[in-house]
Design a protein around this ligand. Structure first.
Ligand code: ARG
Length: 601
């Protein structure tokens, strides 16, 4: 099933072929002047150059051929040789009926499904999820939904940060603050207490406090300066503890397990609340058992070199213009860091999942890290560089473009943010007199769906690579380009469906007459293209854009073409069918963004 652009391109392509030209010249796209045309083709200009002929002449013969298509109402030549096409009502009606009966609402599917790994979330153990962790989670989830819908076989992995220096730092912190805990007794192999010595709140306090002590400098370039709080002794102790943990010191491992499980509770709660699921809850630590084997392999093949006490892989290339430091395999303490755990994870994934494509949805600022890791993987012959992609994203800022902070200057925790969004959504619903006739429980459930829709849509509707300003008040509005507006549009159609059912109205054959109906079919027809674009470019905002266009087109249609009050039964059934086709597609599209539609509001 081809979309309208595809069908028209075929017809125009055939006309070019009959002139002895390339079919590709017939490519038709949406007109940028919908007042003049639905679609346009610019191929005649390129063709004229090739044949050194007049472009208008070529355009005229292609336009004449197009007029014979039942899909076309008019085909005109404009300017130097543009071909402008208006679709026929019959053509639009046929397409509308096709979309209405297709269970994928016009969405394409890949011919050859791929095995795809998606690495997102990437939260760090002992660090409470905060607003900064939203993007990876929300973008990654939208991409996993999109790729699955396209037919790929996706395995998502949260890849927890649970093995680096920060773990040794926390052990050190605890050793300083609670030195008589049994975990620190040297040589102890004994049984350690089952209850965690720390709560998430403790970790949430210790982590930032001690992290500051191992930062040699603070501020960012060009205002980077020595950190007065830097503690070389603590830095050294943390590095030593990290190496000992990684080597399997029992007391440290026991303590580390507590850190992990205490953190997991919060992470799982936030995931459930946002409706995000991972296939694998693996972490950096899971790569640890592969590290010795990997290191040996890389050394024996001469890929790793011993340099200044550490084992490195040189990944710099002649063609590099930017600085490309070596890949760090084992540091001078014998500990493995972020590079090595990522490379070992690639090896692990190759063995267990054999992905054709791996997508890393991680902050843009880690671009260099991934380039180094991907090059090392390619050199080692694990997974080829061309199947490894870092999908970076910009930061979430607060008003004024500065990193988002709470009123007291702290970082806003993700669960606090969700609670605040829930409360705001509920208040907005009351203002708009929505959800007044449902139980308090259902009302809270609807408010949460509205809140999640607001948070996800506002994040995903931005071009992935740009920064954006987080503004809950603006995001939770039932008007404008927002998640709640889209939800409301879908809920409105659902309520229409209930009324229609109560009155025995059934969908019938769609027959397009009004301009608002034409516009709605054109919007529905754009789904395949939007989905394909979002999939190819890994850019969820394209789907968001489509959702908004569709909701707006529906609202124009609903205003111009009343359904329940229509007296002609054929028109009523046609419009109702169009509304149902819209609902089906809108719910699919919202599903790709990770937005769940309530039954009522
Ligand atoms: N835990 C990392 C961080 O907070 C992100 C992990 C991203 N994934 C990966 N495979 N490196 O920076």
């Amino acid at each position: 099933m081809k979309d309208l652009a595809g069908q028209l391109s075929d017809a125009a392509g055939a006309a070019f072929v009959s002139l002895g030209l390339d079919a590709a010249l017939g490519a038709m796209r949406r007109s940028d002047r919908p007042d003049l045309a639905d679609f346009q083709c610019n191929g005649a200009m390129a063709a004229a150059k090739k044949l050194s002929k007049n472009p208008r002449e070529i355009a005229t013969s292609v336009a004449d051929a197009l007029k014979a298509s039942p899909l076309v109402a008019s085909a005109d030549v404009a300017g130097p040789g543009f071909i402008n096409v208006r679709l026929s009502a019959a053509g639009l009606s046929a397409r509308a009926n096709e979309l209405a009966t297709d269970e994928r609402a016009g969405a394409p599917k890949v011919e050859k499904p791929r095995r795809v790994v998606m690495d997102f979330g990437g939260w760090n153990v002992a660090k409470e999820m905060h607003i900064g962790h939203l993007r990876s989670t929300v973008i990654g989830d939208s991409l996993q939904r999109t790729f699955r819908f396209m037919g790929d076989k996706v395995t998502s992995d949260v890849h927890l940060g649970d093995w680096g220096l920060q773990m040794g730092l926390l052990i050190t912190a605890l050793q300083i603050e609670m030195s008589d805990l049994p975990y620190f007794v040297e040589g102890s192999n004994g049984h350690f207490p089952e209850a965690s010595p720390v709560t998430m709140d403790d970790l949430g306090r210790l982590y930032p406090q001690y992290s500051l002590m191992i930062k040699e400098t603070i501020g960012e370039e060009p205002n980077e300066r020595p950190n007065p709080a830097y503690r070389p002794d603590i830095h050294e102790a943390a590095r030593k503890a990290t190496a000992e943990l990684q080597a399997g010191r029992p007391g440290y491992l026991a303590l580390w397990r507590h850190f992990c499980s205490v953190t997991r509770v919060g992470l799982e709660r936030e995931c459930a609340s946002l409706g995000v699921k991972f296939d694998l809850w693996k972490g950096e630590s899971d790569a640890n058992e592969l590290v010795p084997e990997m290191t040996e392999d890389l050394k024996s093949r001469g890929l790793a070199e011993f340099d200044a006490g550490a084992w490195i892989i040189r990944v710099k290339r002649e063609t590099d213009k930017k600085n490309m430091p070596p890949f760090m395999l084992v540091n001078r303490d014998g500990a493995v860091g972020y590079h090595a755990t990522d490379l070992a994870t690639i090896l692990d994934r190759k063995r267990n999942l054999d992905p054709e494509l791996s997508l890393y949805i991680v902050d843009e600022r880690q671009a260099l890290h991934f380039e180094q890791v991907f090059r090392a993987s390619d050199l080692a012959g694990y997974l080829p560089e061309k199947g490894l992609e870092h999908l970076g994203f910009g930061t979430v800022n607060g008003p004024g473009g500065k990193p988002y902070k709470t009123r007291d200057g702290g970082v806003l925790k993700l669960y606090e943010l969700i609670n605040e969004a829930d409360a705001t959504a509920l208040a907005r619903m009351k203002e708009a007199e929505l959800g007044a006739d449902v139980s308090a429980e259902e009302q809270a459930d609807i408010a949460h769906k509205v809140a999640v829709a607001a948070i996800k849509f506002s994040d995903l509707s931005n071009v992935r690579t740009t920064n954006y300003i987080f503004d809950l008040d603006r995001f939770i509005s039932f008007e404008g380009k927002t998640g709640p507006y889209l939800l409301y549009a879908a809920v409105r159609i659902k309520s229409l469906a209930r009324r229609a059912e109560a009155e025995g109205v059934k969908p019938g054959p769609i027959s397009i007459e009004l301009n608002a109906e034409r516009a709605l079919v054109l919007a529905l027809d754009g789904f395949g293209d939007a989905l394909g674009g979002a999939y190819e470019k890994r850019m969820p905002h394209i789907i968001c854009e489509h959702a908004y266009t569709l909701a707006q087109a529906f609202s124009g249609f609903y205003a111009a073409a009343p359904i329940m009050s229509e007296s002609d039964p054929a028109k009523k059934a046609s419009r109702f069918a169009l509304a149902m086709a819209t609902l089906k597609q809108l719910e699919l599209v919202l599903g790709l963004i990770g937005i769940e539609t309530p039954e009522r509001m």
